[in-house]
Design a binder for this molecule. Structure first.
Ligand SMILES: [Zn+2]
Length: 279
């Protein structure tokens, strides 16, 4: 199974730096110094000590003297220039898992709960798996049902191409017996230090999968689907526990199972999702 979190983290940081860059490119106010312009200028400037405090729709420049980022609200023109999407309302899950209230997802919090630093704005998201075989679709559907039964977020199937999560099948030869990987595109809306996701693509590799047969195949695909969906929803790798779904290297044998074709969703997985979506 694939470690895609380094790739995912990279995309996260690219976005943050893009926001910073936007500020660099756009010099701070070049309008004539009329009283009105000054007033407007004052109103729209904010500061941030670190990137976790960045607000959506603002472009930031680091100010060495003041040791902080100075942000200004991007104009409509700037937003178009940098292709910024419209701000989405963040939905919170109404589930009752006992997880801490997080006001800001700092690096420490992300590390502690093995989170990547992103989540979906909505708690209802869609997936498209048109590219998969009927048998694979059934297995994926069952894995998604396991996630939906946690009552944190709901993932619904769609046949529209504009799904949040898209599954695709690859016949490509891959290194290290990779069976799945996930790539997320972030939108750049920042919420409590998290970045919102816009689309995710989960690739399943036939060559890796086809080494398994019968129940082993179903079990493997169930495990891989839960692992990659974990990434797509915001979970990173869990290096500490080798018996959990989000361990970096797939070892389905050591994971707790419900039956011969389904792994059991572990507590760290549930906790991660609850922390991300209840906050
Ligand atoms: Zn992984």
């Amino acid at each position: 199974m694939m470690k895609s979190s380094s790739k995912l983290l990279k995309s996260t940081f690219t976005l943050l730096s893009l926001i910073t860059l936007a500020g660099t490119i756009t010099p701070i106010v070049a309008t004539p110094t009329t009283i009105q312009a000054k007033k407007a200028k004052k109103k729209h400037y904010i500061t941030a000590k670190n990137k976790h405090q960045f607000k959506f729709g603002y472009a930031y420049v680091y100010n060495k003297k003041k040791h902080c980022y100075i942000g200004h609200k991007m104009s409509k023109k700037e937003r178009q220039q940098f292709n910024m999407p419209k701000e989405q309302k963040i939905q919170k899950a109404k589930s009752n898992y006992d997880v801490p209230k997080i006001s800001n997802f700092t690096d420490n919090i992300l590390d502690k709960y093995n989170l990547k630093g992103d989540r979906w704005a909505n708690i209802k998201i869609t997936y498209n798996d048109n590219d998969l075989s009927t048998e694979q679709q059934n297995i994926v559907e069952q894995a998604i049902k396991q996630i939906n039964q946690l009552n944190i977020i709901t993932i619904n199937k769609t046949t529209k191409t504009k799904a949040n999560i898209t599954f695709r099948l690859s016949n490509k030869e891959n290194k290290n017996n990779v069976i799945g990987d996930t790539v997320i595109n972030d939108e750049g809306q920042i919420y409590k230090g998290l970045i919102t996701a816009s689309t995710a693509t989960i690739t399943l590799y036939s060559k890796g999968l086809n080494k398994y047969t019968n129940d082993d195949y179903k079990l493997k695909l169930n495990d891989v689907t839960l692992h990659e969906l974990g990434h797509a929803l915001g979970l990173g790798h869990n290096d500490q526990n080798k018996h959990e779904i989000m361990q970096p290297i797939s070892d389905t044998k050591s994971i707790e199972k419900i039956d011969s074709t389904h792994v059991a969703i572990d507590q760290d997985y549930i906790k991660g999702l609850a922390i991300l979506y209840q906050n």
